[in-house]
Design a protein around this ligand. Structure first.
Ligand code: IMP
Ligand code: MG
Length: 182
């Protein structure tokens, strides 16, 4: 795909993404061998990552469920406030869950999710995030499985959006600062 001037550069290519997802799947397959567990996916940004990861997991007891939360408006800065617009379909009490996220930025969303889920008494909670921007952290929270640690740049593509656009781009790209007046 040929990108226009909205893209400053490609940060992670589709090939690099797939290679890393295979490694993450190997780790999860090893750690959860013989276990029953559920991937809890955050809509909408984590969907492409989830889809590619899910089909690489082995065993016949891997389930998935979805939750929709948002903290961003049409800006590149977190509002600091998390809203849930769709809850999980099934209870997680007594279950092993892995939260699947697109990116950990300030950490506000992830810490909200961890608190929300822990109150429901699952057997365990782990976090698998495609991207991590540790330099932006405001709340102390970490991923157990992280695809790529990236610098402080606003990225789009492979599920990640700016103002609900660019999610369909196949690579992880740095958004041109002109787009958001940066
Ligand atoms: P946090 O609550 O600040 O950690 O932000 C988490 C959410 O913000 C992610 O799930 C994304 O939806 C969004 N986000 C954070 N950084 C970026 C970025 O660089 N590009 C696109 N979305 C981002
Ligand atoms: Mg988002």
């Amino acid at each position: 795909m040929q990108y226009g001037k909205d893209v400053a550069k490609i940060l992670v290519t589709r090939e690099e993404i797939q290679k890393r997802i295979a490694e993450l799947a190997d780790e999860i397959n090893r750690d959860y061998k013989g276990k029953e567990y559920t991937l809890v996916v955050t809509l909408r940004g984590a969907v492409p990552f989830f889809a590619d990861l899910f089909c690489k997991l082995t065993g016949n007891k891997v389930d998935c469920d979805f939750i929709a939360v948002s903290s961003y408006g049409a800006t590149t800065e977190s509002t600091g406030e998390v809203r849930m617009s769709k809850d999980l379909s099934s209870p997680i009490k007594g279950k092993h869950i892995i939260i699947v996220e697109d990116i950990i930025d300030t950490g506000i969303t992830l810490s909200y999710l961890k608190k929300l889920f822990e109150a429901r008494e699952p057997a365990s909670v782990k976090v698998c995030s495609l991207l991590d921007k540790p330099s932006r952290r405001e709340v102390e929270v970490e991923g157990d499985y992280v695809g790529f640690t990236i610098p402080n740049e606003f990225v789009i593509g492979y599920g990640l959006d700016y103002d609900q656009k660019y999610r369909n781009y196949p690579d992880i790209c740095v958004l041109a600062p002109e787009v958001y007046g940066g």
